[in-house]
Design a protein. Structure first.
Length: 277
């Protein structure tokens, strides 16, 4: 089977670093002119609510059960993005918080490559067309209990579930195939999903009057062999809400019953806006 791998270039990595520096610069610029923060709105029954819209710009690395690799860099993701939704919502009362996070993206790509296959004293030129279509949902549903609260820090225990769904189509067409090439499986398509229980820790630390450090780590399993997610971010309060910027990493090791993928890594920077009501 021919293996399709879309490589991450050094240029894209450099762009990612520039993006991070740009976001930091924006934060400092906003910080210089920010008005005093508005405290969380509290309803008559003691509940506080927050809604977040964010933009996550990850690279995607996946491996299929047959050993094929799929690597999608940021440039390819943005170029071939068909649609995306990234939302989060939470409600808090006292030490308890219910949190929901929804992530969706759909991408498609069609790429043609010329390869050379050595066969004894001669080389055979082949043209291979690779067509990739993928859509995916990630949903986090968790509850948190605040273990520690001081003037500058909050630490909470979280527990809940993570849902992952993927619809993947990977087609590889060889121009003028030989009989042997026709016998090789060159197409992979279908959909699959998995639920996992997760447990972890999350917290926030006040760095100064304007800046906060936010973090989260969870790990779990059940439907998959292993899944974990790590988030590190900084945030600043403004009169309209909060601005967040950080880095998010999601990992999956799937078991043999998951037909489409054996491993998945999604990681990259994100920026988001939070409103309290």
């Amino acid at each position: 089977m021919y293996i399709q791998s879309i490589k991450v270039g050094h240029l894209i990595r450099a762009i990612g670093r520039v993006y991070l520096l740009f976001c930091f610069a924006c934060f400092f610029a906003f910080n210089a002119s920010a008005e005093p923060a508005v405290q969380d709105e509290t309803t008559d029954n003691g509940w506080q609510y927050k809604a977040m819209i964010y933009l996550w710009l990850p690279t995607i690395n996946a491996e299929t059960p047959t050993g094929d690799s799929l690597e999608i860099d940021l440039e390819t993701l943005l170029k071939n993005l068909d649609g995306a939704a990234m939302l989060a919502f939470e409600g808090s009362k006292g030490r308890w918080t219910a949190h929901a996070d929804l992530l969706y993206f759909g991408i498609s790509d069609d790429d043609t490559n010329d390869i050379t296959i050595p066969l004894g004293p001669i080389n055979i030129e082949k043209t291979i067309d690779v067509d990739v279509e993928m859509s995916s949902w990630v949903v986090n549903l968790t509850g948190r209990y605040e273990l520690l609260e001081t003037d500058s820090s909050h630490v909470a225990l979280l527990a809940g579930a993570r849902y992952f769904y993927v619809d993947l189509s990977l087609g590889i067409d060889v121009a003028n195939p030989t009989a042997a090439e026709l016998l090789v499986g060159q197409n992979l398509s279908g959909s699959d999903d998995v639920w996992d229980a997760v447990i972890g820790i999350t917290g926030q630390h006040q760095l100064n009057d304007k800046w906060k450090m936010n973090y989260k780590f969870d790990v779990g399993g059940g439907g998959s062999d292993l899944t974990w997610e790590a988030v590190a971010a900084v945030s600043s309060d403004y009169n309209w809400g909060e601005l967040h910027m950080g880095y998010r990493y999601l990992h999956y090791d799937f078991d043999s019953s998951f037909d489409l993928l054996s491993e998945l890594d999604v990681d990259g920077p994100y920026i988001g806006a939070v409103w309290s009501f």
